[in-house]
Design a protein around this ligand. Sequence first.
Ligand SMILES: [Zn+2]
Ligand SMILES: [Zn+2]
Length: 333
Amino acid sequence: MLLGFNPGVSRIPSWWTGPDVICVECRKPVNKWNGIVCANYLYRRGKFRPCRQGWHGKCYRATSPGDVFPQIMLNDDMQGFMEGPTESERFGFARNGDNYVCPFQCNLCQFRNVHMRDPEATLLDDAMLCCIRRATLDSFWGRAEGRVRANLSSLRNMHERAQANFGLQDLLPAMGPFPLKDTFRMGPAIVMLKHLLDPGRYGDHITFSTLQKYRSSFSNVWGVSVQTLQDSIMARASAKMCTSTCPTNGLWFERFMGGVHSRMGDDHRSEAAISSCVMKLLLKCSEEDLLRTPSGVRRKFLVCAGLFWREFSRRDASRRSSPDSAQGVYSTE
Ligand SMILES: [Zn+2]
Ligand SMILES: [Zn+2]
């Protein structure tokens, strides 16, 4: 009896020992360490043949000219994020080893996951592939370049040491295949990207905060859908912790949102602070107007305005942690 023998499957090498692929873009070889290789590249999934797709990092680029998604241009590197590529280049390409910090399936596999068919030469399919490419790049850029490079170097070192010292070919876990369904939730991601192009209240595009409402809505409906029966609650004494299977709370979606946030930044108009200087000026003007006004309705209005600013400053100061705004406002009393 041949235990574990599975004809047709046993002949397929593991992801790590499988053959190199030809770069889709430049047609030169890509191995596991000088580019990004689709997690499904070796494996037949459902009715689809293996995609065998891989790219050198710089060859996996945003779709041109279709990629018109907004990108903020930073003027400095105060966050320590800029390292290497210029601002206009950032978010426009992949880095070697991105697939080792973020799960990666190629455009073709993602399209198959969502539509259960191959893409056709139509405007609709082209637009979707463009969005899939953007979403994938955003998920990669949810991690800084130095971190990706360091992880790749460490991983390669570990893999080669295991091979050389112990003959271990498959020390590292299998990268694929992923099931033939939208496990990453690429669907909601590309819909969100499309929403990003809507005009915003303060600019050409909506803000990141507005975009997040889609993610919240999806999580909310997931929580009350039939899917929620798969979730579990861990309880100990009075403490409870929920585990969720909602994909928009998963690793890939988190990286995607992180990349979008880095690319477009955010605009918090509703939370803009009124500085202590401005508040003092408002109270001073109200007081001066009041002294100049003899009597009547106008005087009553100015009293109300002054009281409003005073009350506003109290509430604002108690809410904010900034010592400048809090002390500055209270010092006017
Ligand atoms: Zn290439
Ligand atoms: Zn693929």
